[in-house]
Ligand binder design. Sequence first.
Ligand code: NAD
Length: 512
Amino acid sequence: MMNLDLSQAKIAVIGSGTMGIGIAQLAIVNGHSTILYDLDREKTQQAVDGLHQTFAKLTEKGKLTSEQAQQALSRLTIADQIEALASVDLVIEAVVEKLEVKQSLFKQLATICNDQTILASNTSSISVTAIASAVPHPERVVGLHFFNPAPVMKLVEIVQGLKTTEVLCQSLRTLMLAWNKIPVLTKSTPGFIVNRIARPFYAEAFRALQEQVTTYDQLDYALKQCGGFAMGPCELTDLIGQDVNFSVTQSVYEAFFYEPRYRPSLIQKELVDAGTWGRKSKQGFYRYDEKNQYVTFQPQLITAPSFHADVQVQGTWAQCPHLLERLGLSRALASNENIIQIDDVDLRLSQGESVNIDYPNRKTVLMDWHHHFEQAQAVVLSHNHLCQADDLATVEDFFAQSQIKVLWISDHPALLTLRTIVLLINEACEASLHGVASMEDIDNAMKYGVNYPKGPYQWMMQLGAEYVLATLNNLYAIYGEEKYRASLYLKQYVAKQQCIRADYSKDLKAFA
Ligand SMILES: NC(=O)c1ccc[n+]([C@@H]2O[C@H](COP(=O)([O-])OP(=O)(O)OC[C@H]3O[C@@H](n4cnc5c(N)ncnc54)[C@H](O)[C@@H]3O)[C@@H](O)[C@H]2O)c1
């Protein structure tokens, strides 16, 4: 069947709140005649007044000419009655996040509009299949999930309910590309792509805090410095709102019938119960003063040490490109094990082991993964109980020679960055196993929906799928918890090395 041509589609946006007005802005800027409807007429007028101000600012900044702004605004009308939407081609609803409200709205629209009118929901968590179930011709009901702020965020998840036609999804994909968005297609499963795959980013941070291995500010520093994330999980959840983030986790957990991978955190529940919701309540993990400033962790400056230890390298350290050069070490012969021996201390890259349980007989330090060792300012390490204070000082001096600061944390399998990244990869693999989205769309969703520096599959290529699997297997063996069980998809990928479509695998290799 031919794709629908939506380039001239007449659009209605229902709901003039945060999301609705942003979506209306996108529609009119992209040339669509657009009707805005909300139960609250006064609020709608205020939102439209705000849009006039937004356009004035965009004109001032030279992003739009005043003629373009005027033309765009002339395409927008406010409807006082829902009946005014009778002749539109595409309705995008952004009303309250309640199934009954969305169902009854679409049922009402089905009586006003014709059978072909596309009914799209901006829901972030409700099943599109469930919304569609109450509507005649459910094949025209679809999710069109914009991210906040809609005019700025590139990602749009196009959500296919059980009965939504493929043609409709593909047609909306074309429309979103024309709007200069990055559309991804996803099945209507809880959390769609982004809100599902992002769960371990928060969960593993809360877990590290619950297990008292580090502090929230060091954890944020580690994820930013070593993982390359724009924000750490604690400052990010403070920004999102601890209450909002907790309720998303809770809804995904419940929607997956209490799957342990998504179990909410007691640490976060405490914050929510205490009313410490983050920036909006002036306190979350951090405190926010009047100017909204907060103090992030900064490691101390490194003084040039005098370093005399004997250093021997084993293995190629393939997972850590540039590490050996950065540390001024020459490559060693290939070996099954990657070890940098500093006097009698073995320094190893973590593979999900517990430094105390797995290395009971030798002084051992495990190192967290770093996304860019060439430019590393810090490494995260943990040591076993055999290491004495002078051993730790020697290890610190060893890194200080290369201007790298050491952050010590307690014994924590896969430490902080490695653990977060392998669990994000594992979650992506589970989504692939269940056919939620393509690997390419999963990577795009995470890069453009939550600004991750890489997509999970790009990380998998960078780290090597075998190393990711070995890390997960070690975590699973140590904790004995379902949440660390490696996805069958990852196991199959490692076994066959051929799950990735040939064309995308070429792209992915470019990041390796
Ligand atoms: N805010 C976000 O960050 C965000 C991001 C992505 C998706 N979403 C989703 O977008 C939707 C809207 O969220 P929001 O933050 O813009 O909400 P909001 O509270 O800012 O706005 C909702 C608007 O809908 C109107 N409304 C409620 N019931 C209505 C009805 N039956 N008919 C017409 N208008 C009605 C209200 O008057 C209000 O103006 C929700 O489904 C939400 O889950 C929100």
